[in-house]
Design a protein around this ligand. Structure first.
Ligand SMILES: [Zn+2]
Length: 403
C-alpha cells in the first residue's frame, strides 16, 4: 500500500476521505500530507525537490483527492479542493459546504520558514473553517492543531516552537473574534509536555532564547560553575547536545531560529515529558475545566456543553440544566458528568485524546493580547517568568446546536 516505514499517515488519509459508511464526516480538512493522498503515478502539482517521495507514496493506486471530489459531487455538495494559498484564497466560505486543502507534500512548514505565497497560516485556515462551519444551525466541532510546535521541540528548536505558539495565539484570538462566547466553547490544551525548562533568575527583559546576563542591556554574561554562559531555555534531552561537555556559547547567536538549544542528555530526537498539562477555556460550561482531571473528562465536558452523545437527552443537556434551579449549577453539572462518565465513547473523545498537544500559556493572557507584539520576527521579548511552560498546543471550537 505504501513505500515508507510508517503506515499511520496513509491510514489517516484514508479515514479523512473514506469512512466505514462510505464517506467522511469532515466538512473542512486543511493541512499538509498531500503525498499520502496521491498514488505514485500521479505527479504532485507543486513538488518539493527536497521531499523524499519514496517515504510516503501510495502504491495502491488510490487517488484520495479524486475520491473525495467524486463523493461530494455524487451527494450534491458544493466543494473545493486547494493545494496552495491562491486556490485557498479563492474559496468562498459562503458558497462552500466542503473544503479540502493540502498545502504541502509532507508537513506544513514552520511559521518562521513559511512561504506566505504558497501556504496559508494557521489563522487563515481557522478563519476559513469557522466561516464555512458556522452556517450550520446545528452547531459545529472544529479541532485545530499547531502540530509543528511539537516537531520544533523534538529538534530542540525553541525559537521555532515559540513562533508556532505565537502563530496559534493569533488563531485563538481570531476564533474568539469570529464566534460568540455565549454559545461557543473554546478549549486550549495539550496531550503532553516536552522536556523544556526555563532556568530562573534571568535578567528582567532578557530574550527568552538568549544567554543569561548579569544586567539586561549590558554585555556581562552570567556564568555557570564551569565558567561558561548558559541560555535561559534548556532541554532535558535531544539533539542540541552534541558534545560530552557543554559548548562555549559566548559568541553563539542563541536567538537564531535554527539554533538548537543545549540539552542535558544527547539524543537524536527530544522526548515528550510526563508532567500535567494545563487546560484553558472560555464559553458555555468552561467553568468545569478547573482542577486536575483525567484526559477523557475534557471530551465529556465538550459533549455536555454541546448536548450531544450521552448528553443529548433533554434531562442531561447542559442548556436545560442551566434553567433556574435550587442546586448551584457547578455542583449539578459536575454530578451529571461524573454519573455518565463511563458511557462516553464518541468521536469527539477520540479526536481529543489522540490529537491534543502540549500547552502552556494562559488563555486569558492570550485572549487579552498580552503576547501581542512581543515577537518582532527575530527575537522574543516576553519575560521568562511570564511564560510558565512554553511548549505547545491545539484548540477546539465547539458551537452548541440551536435547541
Ligand atoms: Zn511529539
Amino acid at each position: 500500500m505504501h513505500k515508507g516505514d510508517s503506515i499511520i499517515p496513509l491510514l489517516t488519509a484514508n479515514q479523512a476521505v473514506i469512512s466505514c459508511d462510505g464517506f467522511s464526516i469532515f466538512q473542512v480538512l486543511l493541512g499538509g500530507g498531500r503525498s499520502v493522498f496521491l498514488p505514485e503515478n500521479v505527479p504532485d502539482p507543486d513538488p518539493d525537490p527536497s521531499f523524499n517521495i519514496n517515504l510516503y507514496s501510495r502504491i495502491d493506486g488510490l487517488n484520495l483527492i479524486e475520491e473525495w471530489r467524486k463523493e461530494k459531487a455524487n451527494r450534491g455538495f458544493t466543494h473545493s479542493y486547494a493545494y496552495d494559498k491562491a486556490g485557498f484564497d479563492k474559496v468562498d466560505p459562503i458558497n462552500t459546504e466542503y473544503l479540502l486543502g493540502l498545502f504541502n507534500q509532507e508537513h506544513m512548514q514552520y511559521e518562521v520558514d513559511r512561504n506566505k505565497t504558497k501556504e496559508p497560516s494557521i489563522t487563515d485556515m481557522t478563519a476559513k473553517a469557522i466561516r464555512i462551519l458556522r452556517k450550520n444551525p446545528k452547531g459545529f466541532f472544529l479541532f485545530v492543531e499547531s502540530g509543528r510546535i511539537d516537531h520544533a521541540n523534538h529538534n530542540n528548536w525553541a525559537h521555532k516552537a515559540f513562533a508556532e505558539v505565537e502563530a496559534m495565539n493569533q488563531a485563538v484570538l481570531t476564533a474568539k473574534y469570529l464566534t460568540s462566547d455565549q454559545e461557543t466553547l473554546i478549549v486550549v490544551t495539550a496531550d503532553h509536555s516536552h522536556v523544556l525548562s526555563i532556568a530562573g533568575y534571568a535578567s528582567r527583559g532578557n530574550s527568552i532564547t538568549g544567554l543569561n546576563k548579569v544586567t539586561i542591556g549590558k554585555p556581562e554574561l552570567l556564568l555557570a560553575k564551569d565558567g561558561m554562559p548558559y541560555t535561559t531555555i534548556i532541554y532535558g534531552n535531544g539533539p542540541g547536545r552534541t558534545t560530552t561537555t557543554r559548548a562555549n556559547l559566548t559568541d553563539v547567536d542563541t536567538d537564531a531560529p535554527d539554533y538548537r538549544v543545549d540539552a542535558a542528555v544527547p539524543m537524536s530526537y527530544e522526548t515528550h515529558a510526563g508532567e500535567d498539562v494545563a487546560i484553558y477555556a472560555t464559553g458555555p460550561q468552561s467553568f468545569l475545566y478547573s482542577g486536575t482531571h483525567e484526559q477523557s473528562y475534557i471530551a465529556m465536558v465538550m459533549a455536555y456543553a454541546s448536548c450531544v452523545g450521552p448528553y443529548s437527552d433533554r434531562e442531561l443537556c447542559a442548556k436545560h440544566q442551566m434553567e433556574p434551579s435550587q442546586t448551584p449549577c457547578n455542583q449539578r453539572d459536575a454530578a451529571y458528568i461524573a454519573r455518565s462518565f463511563p458511557l462516553f465513547t464518541t468521536g469527539i473523545a477520540l479526536l481529543t485524546t489522540i490529537f491534543m498537544m502540549h500547552f502552556s500559556q494562559n488563555l486569558d493572557d492570550m485572549v487579552k493580547g498580552k503576547w501581542h507584539n512581543l515577537y518582532d520576527g527575530k527575537k522574543f521579548c516576553f519575560h521568562p517568568w511570564a511564560t510558565a511552560e512554553t511548549t505547545v498546543s491545539t484548540f477546539t471550537v465547539i458551537r452548541s446546536p440551536t435547541l
